[in-house]
Design a protein around this ligand. Structure first.
Ligand code: 7PM
Length: 307
């Protein structure tokens, strides 16, 4: 405007830059039994180690334990900060797995991995008995895609053991969730749900420092819901907890690019970087080496080169 001083450039940048979320990034770390994960000034990577019948089986019934453990060791040397072990497929429409089968799948992998890597290990389960046995076998973090809703004993277990818990949003159940998901305002509804589950967890005695929140990309969401959530991550980051986001190889990338699951690397990397810019602290990924490299560049641009 003529006759007026131009606005302060820094003020303009900090208010309107899409990088704004990182400017207010709190100095936080996540304490686990196997060390603290630094989340200040860097994006962390959680590597996915699925031990379901479609992985690490030699075509027949024989499950290759050594291959599963070796895959975790490779992730550790490729830049993973956490390894997420899961024995229950949460694929849309998937059948549930019995507790016995789930334990038989995950326990040997966790025990074996624990001897080989010093990284924190998370157990991807909705069953408290599986989580308890996994913690006894050396796991450090509970990744509960039901956000403590499916098993009433989960919350007490987490509080007693005082381990970090990932609370993920899902509309419906894995069996039903992709049948016409509906929201009035998906970002607001996911935020309100996560705020309520965070309250439940801390009310039951879990330290708020131990609660991670996750919008549950692909869990009862259409393509548009997923895009709105990734765009709206700053509203979830405002809840004040570390955010974990899983976009790796998900169907929304396949829909946008019209590609199969094994052609989704570039889309997954782009989505991971945008999620990080929008406030995600931990990215849950299949391609650990590639994602670590992409995020290292993004982190250097955002926070400076630290090494
Ligand atoms: C089929 C579809 C198979 C989707 C597997 C999946 C998340 C998770 C999963 C996530 C957290 C996958 C998913 N996704 N846990 N477990 N957050 N916390 O892509 O986004 O691995 S299973």
């Amino acid at each position: 405007m003529p006759g007026r001083n131009p606005p302060d450039l820094n003020v303009t940048l900090s208010r309107f830059s899409p990088l704004a979320p990182m400017l207010a990034r709190p100095a936080i770390g996540l304490k686990t039994r196997h060390g603290e994960i630094n989340l200040a000034g860097r994006s962390a990577v959680m590597g996915v180690l699925n031990v379901t019948p479609d992985s690490f089986f030699d075509g027949g019934r024989h499950f290759d334990l050594c291959k599963a453990i070796a895959a975790g060791v490779v992730m550790a040397s490729s830049g993973a900060d956490i390894i997420d072990v899961g024995g229950e497929s949460t694929r849309p429409g998937a059948q549930t797995v019995s507790e016995t089968d789930e334990l038989a799948r995950v326990l040997p992998v966790i025990q074996g991995l624990r001897k080989e890597v010093s990284l924190p290990i998370s157990i991807d389960t909705g069953k408290s008995a599986v989580a308890r046995a996994a913690l006894d076998a050396g796991a450090d973090i509970i990744n509960d895609i039901s956000a403590l809703r499916f098993d009433r004993s989960m919350i007490g277990l987490a509080a007693r053991e005082n381990v970090p818990v990932i609370l993920m949003h899902m509309q419906g159940t894995p069996q039903t969730m992709q049948k016409e998901p509906q929201y009035t305002d998906v970002v607001r509804e996911v935020r309100d749900f996560l705020a309520a589950q965070l309250y439940e967890a801390t009310d039951a005695g879990l330290a708020s420092e131990s609660v991670l929140l996750d919008p549950g990309i692909g869990f009862g969401k259409t393509l548009d819901h997923n895009l709105q959530l990734l765009r709206g991550l700053p509203a979830l980051a405002a809840l004040g907890q570390p955010l974990l986001v899983g976009v790796s190889r998900k169907a929304f990338i396949g829909k946008l690019l019209n590609v199969t699951a094994d052609e989704r690397l570039e889309g997954s990397l782009a989505a991971a970087v945008v999620a990080a810019l929008n406030g995600a602290n931990i990215l849950r990924v299949h391609d650990v080496a590639e994602t670590s490299r992409a995020l290292r560049i993004a982190d250097a641009i955002r926070f400076g080169a630290s090494s």
